[in-house]
Design a protein around this ligand. Sequence first.
Ligand SMILES: Nc1ncnc2c1ncn2[C@@H]1O[C@H](COP(=O)(O)OP(=O)(O)OP(=O)(O)O)[C@@H](O)[C@H]1O
Length: 265
Amino acid sequence: MTSSDTVLKVVDLGVSYGGSPAISRLDFEIRRGEFVAILGPSGCGKSSMLNTLSGLMAPTRGRVVVDGDELYLPRSRDPRLGYVFQAHRLLPWRTVRQNLELVLSASEVPRETWEARIDEILEILHISQFKDAWPMRLSGGQRQRVSIARALLVDPSYILMDEPLSTLDEVTARSLRQELTGICQRTGATVVFVTHSIREAVYLADRILILTRGPSTIFEDYHVPIERPRDYDDARIREVEADIIRRIQVPWGLDMPQTTERRSA
Ligand SMILES: Nc1ncnc2c1ncn2[C@@H]1O[C@H](COP(=O)(O)OP(=O)(O)OP(=O)(O)O)[C@@H](O)[C@H]1O
């Protein structure tokens, strides 16, 4: 049964390309306000999963239910979803404000409230001073802040984040990572966050969906047993990271000896 707290429900989801399966079967639910990380080995189907959760690609099998509405069936209103990608995807010929207005113009948010809404979100992301700046004048971290602001702007059911910090330098990534939890708590955002970094997943997430190798299923729905606020360099984070690495050895095929070692043995 789905509780009213459930924002996203994925049932028996399968994705194949020309008969070749990329996702075998996924079943999970995400509750309002949860931060859920997705961890999986390369090629296990994470992008395929994000595409189906974003409404871009219908699954071959199964259902995606957003706030009680089937994503791939005709419905009275479109779901409000937010996206943050590795690359910022801001329109370079529009200022920050104009990029944000573009999102609002495609929403049902009344025109007279746009300015206040934009100001509020820019304030939360600490980028108010860049409201009338061109994207090319901003640093990578500032652009990613604008991308997060854009995703939050329409109060989405959930935000899909696809490795949003992976292209940033480590110092910038650290500072944004540190702020991300607070931003989500303040806005009540529900986040599905794909990352290749186990430590990042442990630091940020309430739960980590650990996938198997492709065609993927969920190997484990892992609840991160660390209270907040968390410290990225804390020993507990590293312990949980090590625990997850131990768990994925077999399902990710990390325990297999190197071919060269075998040959030389
Ligand atoms: N459009 C497509 N046509 C055919 N096969 C595809 C297509 N997109 C993905 N695949 C295949 O589906 C499988 C899963 O790919 P997907 O990109 O979803 O995995 P991923 O986990 O996001 O990979 P990575 O971590 O390397 O980005 C792979 O075997 C890939 O080759």
